[in-house]
Design a binder for this molecule. Structure first.
Ligand code: HEM
Length: 478
């Protein structure tokens, strides 16, 4: 029998080759890291320390993160970089540079949302993102949205009634409008895009599903921001061992339970003839009847029924995505617009005058109001519902003026982004809700909030959330 070292000697060339390959990979990675860090250094940076980089800036309470980013923007300009543990990120907020990006590879934080949103439209990338986009775009066609106008008008009336009841109960004190607005926008997306008709209430008539759903979304946002800013929580295995994980799992159950019920209800009600996708509705050939595109959930269920490659899990992740995106963005937009109108009584008076000339508060009339349109755009510019997005750079990129971003990551702050998936739906809903509230109430700021600087009201979250609600004094207009 040959001595054992003979076998080992035979392995020696293979082992040396593997070691050389590992060394080459390490050297390549090191040189890539060095190169990326050098490009990051060519951008303005806050003061950092060796190895940790700028991590100590980022390790601060969620309440202070937005203030920090705004201070960097003020002190360093609209392009700066931050490096945490040798990982650079570029923060870009000038519109030309932000808009040039057509990159759809999502940043790391989107992966943190996958247990909740799966690989739906918001979190996915590449071919999957493109095919989902193609499938879902017709569901927000204007012919579908036309079917929603009466629902949205009804929800605008409901919001006013709910605010009226809350203002009466509070007497002359301020009312936190945030939970009231959220409930209406959640119901609006459920009733329209999801075709949901009934909401469970307890014996006292209180909504049973929405409260736990909102609380779970708020905790999900908090856990995601905490994870983004704590590199030791980035690996899943470490996150699973952390104190956050128990609540995270419970909240996932709440969120998925809500959307599962919505899907099951709709499946049960969906008419038998729903087995087509609606995706080819734009393909109208001469002599063929024009098909009516289907609302969002019906088009997904219809496509599945027609044999499209869509599992129940695929449908749930899109419903989760649209349920969250479709209500939380518009809810904070309405709240911040009301808050801004309370701070700017002149603009509020001008808007109220424009609204008082209307005979009826329907989409037909509201869609034609020029000042309302300008107010809404300015509010979204000053308080963007989605204050930042993040993209992972697969390859080097150059900004319009020639500045390189050769590093692997960057974050964009899309104050100037004007196109988003739910834009038409959001515009209808926001205009109707704002018009209804301003027509009925004079809106004043709560005494304790008058002197609070705007940035002290922001909370870093998946949307631009108010830190302590939006407290307003609402008095009926004469
Ligand atoms: C004020 C209202 C809204 C604003 C400011 C807004 C803004 C945005 C922004 C900036 C993004 C890009 C996010 C990213 O890539 O990280 C986005 C994505 C998305 N939004 Fe909205 N949104 C609003 C309302 C809505 C509504 C009402 C819906 C659904 C009805 C919706 C559905 C989506 C979806 C599905 C995505 C992912 C799209 C994709 O990656 O292709 N949004 N939104």
């Amino acid at each position: 029998m040959a001595p054992p070292w003979v076998g080992a000697a035979a392995l020696l060339p293979a082992l040396s080759l593997a070691a050389a390959a590992l060394l080459a990979v390490a050297m390549y990675a090191l040189s890539a890291v060095r190169r990326n860090l050098a490009v990051a250094r060519s951008y303005p940076q806050p003061r950092g320390v060796p190895v940790l980089g700028h991590l100590l800036h980022v390790l601060r309470p969620r309440e202070d993160l937005f203030k920090m980013v705004r201070a960097f923007r003020r002190d360093l300009g609209s392009r700066f970089s931050i490096v945490c543990l040798f990982t650079p990120s570029f923060h870009i907020s000038d519109p030309e540079a932000a808009e040039v990006s057509r990159n759809i590879s999502k940043g790391r934080a989107y992966g943190f949302l996958e247990p909740w949103l799966g690989r739906g439209l918001l979190t996915s990338t590449g071919a999957r993102w493109r095919s989902r986009r193609k499938l879902l775009t017709p569901a927000f066609h204007f012919r579908v949205l036309d079917q929603f106008t009466h629902h949205l008008e009804e929800h605008a009336r409901r919001l006013v009634d709910d605010l009226d009841a809350a203002a009466r109960a509070a007497s002359s004190a301020a009312v936190d409008v945030a939970p009231i607005v959220s409930r209406v926008t959640l119901r609006a997306i459920c009733v329209t895009a999801m075709g949901k008709v009934s909401f469970r209430t307890d014996a006292s008539g209180q909504a049973m599903d929405e409260g736990p759903y909102f609380e779970a979304i708020h905790r999900m946002g908090s856990a995601t921001v905490t994870r983004m800013t704590r590199p030791w929580l980035w690996p899943s295995v470490c996150f699973k061992l952390s104190a956050l994980y128990k609540d995270f799992v419970r909240d996932l159950g709440t969120l998925h339970g809500f959307t599962d019920r919505v899907i099951a209800e709709r499946k049960a009600k969906l008419p038998d003839d729903a087995c087509d996708t609606g995706a080819d509705d734009e393909d109208v050939r001469p002599g063929r009847a024009r098909k009516q595109p289907r609302p969002f959930l019906d088009s997904l269920l219809g496509a599945q029924g027609a044999g499209a490659d869509l599992t129940d899990e695929d449908i749930r992740e899109e419903v989760d995505t649209f349920m969250f995106e479709g209500h939380d963005t518009t809810s904070v937009a309405v709240c911040w617009a009301l808050e801004l109108l309370a701070r700017h009584p002149d603009a509020q008076a001008r808007l109220a005058a424009e609204l008082s000339a209307l005979d009826a508060l329907d989409w037909e009339s509201v869609s034609r109001l020029p000042y309302l349109d300008r107010v809404l755009k300015e509010c979204l510019r000053l308080r963007p519902s989605v204050p930042f997005i993040s993209r992972y750079l697969e390859a080097d990129a150059v900004l319009p003026d020639g500045q390189p971003t050769a590093c692997r990551r960057r974050a964009l702050h899309p104050h100037a982004l004007t196109v988003f998936t739910g834009k038409r739906f959001a515009t209808m809903e926001l205009k109707l809700l704002l018009a209804a509230v301003v027509r009925r109430f004079h809106i004043g700021a709560a005494a304790e909030d008058v002197r609070v600087a705007a940035e002290d009201m922001f909370l870093a979250d998946l949307v631009l959330r108010p830190r302590a609600g939006v407290r307003l004094r609402l008095t009926a207009r004469a």
